[in-house]
Write a protein that binds this ligand. Structure first.
Ligand SMILES: [Zn+2]
Length: 411
């Protein structure tokens, strides 16, 4: 008996990672965080996979190269995994543009799979809810794949089944501009389709049939409403914040959050500063930033020295035209409000890491236990927190899998 107690105690000590060392995180919060399957629905890190000299196995510093996710920091922050994103910027919608998007999507997909293959001891592709639990229990990182902006499918929507076969499990319709499948929430030209296009509606049916989670982040309110109505399975918002806390077209109102929850869906709260607080657009700052990104070119091709030079130049612009910076307090305001509206069974985390997310005191994934600390302080239970960090997302994926099974039996 004594031996068992000793062994259990030793196991507890051994499994107690560096979490407790995180400043501002209590032992209790570290324990609750460690007990949860911690997933994030929007990891834009694949944009870094081809950076010269960059490896996901190395520890990076956010102040050093601006990256926010790598294996050492995932371990430190207790992040078990999430969705690696195939992000495609919306280009021209002509034949050449559609082909460029198609090629970009397929290349990004293979880059993600290449990263998984090269690091098979640390990462594993997940395609089901059961996979996620098994992979996390084995100590590897749970690696789902999602698509942000369906434009790679514009020239050939039947490619969706190819993506599915290669591991894709979540599909976001648009990015910041309208595309062939539907309207974006932020296209300066306004709505083009009044929601989903006919092609977009067909894509929704195909996603249900295959078993892909539909993601309404970035899409217009009309697209959100139509996805909710048309989809035979619950949908998600993979990285979206609250209109009540900060009115922005990219955020969502309380009535829609309630309807999402009623249909079994989940909103994953975004940590993108510009959607959390009002950051004034100073024209001189904007043009200085634009000139800067032109000077340094493609972000994902910059090496460490170029990043350092860029950051030095950017600091000068920040000094000349200062703007407010969102903080962990702002993030928690949005998260706690959304929790009140939706209930803890319908909320998750999608912080837009390596895609513009992250705020002061929540700069990279190593700081994730701070969210758990704040949730406990706000009165949420251990079970609530486990649901928020991953349980809710896996429930949606399970429902999507069940719908696909039913749909395939119909044929
Ligand atoms: Zn995004």
């Amino acid at each position: 008996m004594k031996h068992t107690v000793l062994a259990l105690g030793l196991m507890a000590v051994l499994s107690m990672p560096a979490l407790a060392a995180e400043p501002g995180v209590s032992k209790q919060a570290a324990r609750v965080h460690e007990s949860a399957l911690v997933l994030d629905t929007h990891l834009d890190t694949p944009a870094n996979f081809q950076r010269p000299g960059w490896s996901i196995l190395d520890r990076h510093d956010h102040d050093g190269d601006q990256s926010q996710v790598d294996l050492p920091r995932m371990k430190q922050g207790g992040l078990d995994g999430g969705f690696w994103v195939i992000y495609t910027g919306q280009g021209d919608r002509d034949v050449a543009g559609n082909r460029a998007a198609r090629d970009h999507g397929l290349i990004r997909l293979t880059e993600i799979r290449e990263m998984l293959a090269a690091n098979a001891n640390s990462f594993e592709l997940a395609t089901t809810a059961a996979d996620a639990k098994r992979i996390a229990a084995s100590g590897k990182r749970v690696s789902f794949i999602s698509m942000e902006n369906a434009s790679p499918l514009a020239s050939d929507p039947s490619l969706l089944s190819v993506y599915y076969d290669l591991g894709l499990r979540m599909l976001g319709i648009t990015h910041v501009k309208n595309n062939d499948f539907g309207d974006s929430s932020t296209d300066a030209k306004g709505p083009e389709w009044k929601g989903l296009s006919p092609k977009g509606k067909a894509l929704v049916a195909e996603a249900n049939r295959l078993g892909l989670i539909l993601d309404a982040s970035h899409a217009s309110d009309d697209v959100f409403d139509q996805l909710l109505e048309l989809s035979k399975a619950p949908i998600v918002l993979s990285h979206t914040s609250s209109d009540t806390e900060f009115d922005h077209p990219r955020n969502i109102d309380d009535a829609r959050i309630k309807r999402l929850a009623e249909k079994g869906g989940v909103i994953h709260v975004n940590a993108y500063g510009g959607y959390l607080i009002s950051i004034p657009k100073i024209p001189a700052r904007e043009s200085a930033l634009e000139a800067l990104s032109e000077k340094y070119g493609d972000e994902s091709a910059r090496n460490e020295a170029a990043i350092q030079a860029y950051l030095k130049d950017k600091a000068k612009i920040d000094e000349q035209y200062p703007v407010p910076q969102a903080t962990l307090d702002d993030y928690m305001r949005h998260l706690l409000h959304i929790l009140k509206v939706a209930g803890p069974e319908h909320v998750g985390i999608g912080a837009d890491w390596d895609g513009g997310g992250g705020v002061k005191d929540l700069e990279d994934v190593s700081a994730l236990p701070r969210i758990t600390e704040r949730l406990l302080a706000a009165g949420y239970s251990e079970a609530d927190i486990q649901a928020i960090w991953g349980g809710n997302l896996l429930r949606v994926l399970g429902a999507v899998e069940a719908t696909a099974k039913k749909e395939s039996q119909k044929q």
